[in-house]
Design a protein around this ligand. Structure first.
Ligand code: ZN
Length: 340
């Protein structure tokens, strides 16, 4: 009698196992039938009332039903596992024959681009490209450039002083001093690099910006030589005619000194924020190297002469690309940088 009931439960359970459409449904059937409180477990409780020989037969039937159902569950479960694996393999399939996406290509900072272009140009004119420290001695940044501590020009280049008396260089001129000291005449060199000023920051002033300074020392160097190089330089930079004007300018390290301005390329003359409404942008201080500067670097001014010039690389990049706010360069804003 009991064996018959066990058989019925087994048949019903097997049908449910076959009908199960998911792992969850299958697990529900397992709990119902094979679980601790499942229907097969209920039979064990009835065993106590049976005669020993009946109990042996019923036990045998119960074990057989359990084994049959357990293997049916395992088989069904394996089918679900295989199905799930196949679905995953299909979904996560990757075509390895496709080219790799690769790293996102970056680009050079606009100032770096202008700098590299100028380095190429000057190298072709026989100039060496020199590098120097951004943390400088007071001597190399000021004294050796004919700017002693009492000189009013020091006020024009307020900088960041470090403990110990060194400073963040206010121009790349100290590299020229180091170049003269090390190389001696005749020499042609440029010194591009980052410089610092203690400035009130606005659309045309930054505390950190880039310069390129150059110098040529040789016998019989005149203003005419200087003008030739400046003109070659500007036509190469702007790839077109630019209107320039030369004004007398005072810089302690040159004599005579000039201020070379170009007509503002942003507004073309009428005036804008970059040119401070004047229509002109100060581009290059230049002049013949002051005899004191030559002498301090161990060069005899009676035998040798030279010209020197400075160029704001940051300002040049603004002119080149029509950028009207200098703060963008150091902002690290990718929306700005990705345009170059
Ligand atoms: Zn302008």
């Amino acid at each position: 009698m009991l064996e018959e009931q066990i058989k019925q439960v087994q048949i019903a359970a097997q049908a449910r196992i076959e009908d199960a459409r998911s792992m969850e449904a299958l697990e529900a059937v397992r709990v119902d039938v094979l679980g601790r409180k499942g229907s097969l477990a209920q039979f064990s409780k009835a065993f106590g009332k049976l005669a020993p020989e009946e109990r042996a037969a019923a036990g045998k039937a119960l074990n057989a039903a359990k084994e049959a159902l357990e293997s049916a569950f395992e088989e069904r479960k394996r089918a679900f596992d295989t199905e799930a694996l196949n679905a995953r393999l299909k979904a996560e399939w990757i075509d390895l024959s496709l080219p790799a996406p690769g790293p996102r290509p970056g680009s050079l900072h606009p100032v770096t681009q202008v700098q590299m272009e100028l380095e190429d140009l000057f190298t072709s004119l026989g100039f060496a490209v020199l590098d120097g420290p951004e943390v400088e001695t007071e001597y190399h940044n000021f004294d050796a450039l004919n700017i002693p501590a009492t000189h009013p020009a020091r006020d024009m280049q307020d900088t960041f002083w470090l403990t110990g008396g060194n400073l963040l260089r206010t121009h790349t001129s100290p590299v020229q001093v180091r170049g003269m000291e090390r190389l001696g005449p005749p020499l042609r060199m440029i010194a591009p690099g980052r410089v610092f000023r203690n400035e009130e920051v606005d659309a045309s002033h930054e505390h950190t910006f880039y310069q390129l300074e150059g110098m040529m020392v040789d016998r019989n160097v005149s203003v005419a030589h200087m003008l030739y190089f400046m003109k070659t330089l500007l036509s190469a930079i702007f790839r077109r005619e630019v209107t320039v004007r030369l004004r007398p300018g005072y810089f302690p390290f040159v004599e005579p000194g000039f201020e070379l301005d170009i007509q503002c390329l942003i507004c073309g003359g009428p005036g804008c924020a970059v040119c401070k409404q004047s229509g002109w942008v100060e581009l290059m201080p230049c002049g013949l190297v002051h005899p004191n500067v030559l002498r301090m670097s161990g060069i005899d001014p009676d035998e040798w002469g030279g010209f020197a010039f400075g160029l704001g690389l940051t300002r040049l990049a603004m002119m080149r690309y029509g950028i009207d706010d200098i703060r963008l360069f150091e902002s690290g804003d990718l929306r700005f940088l990705r345009q170059f």
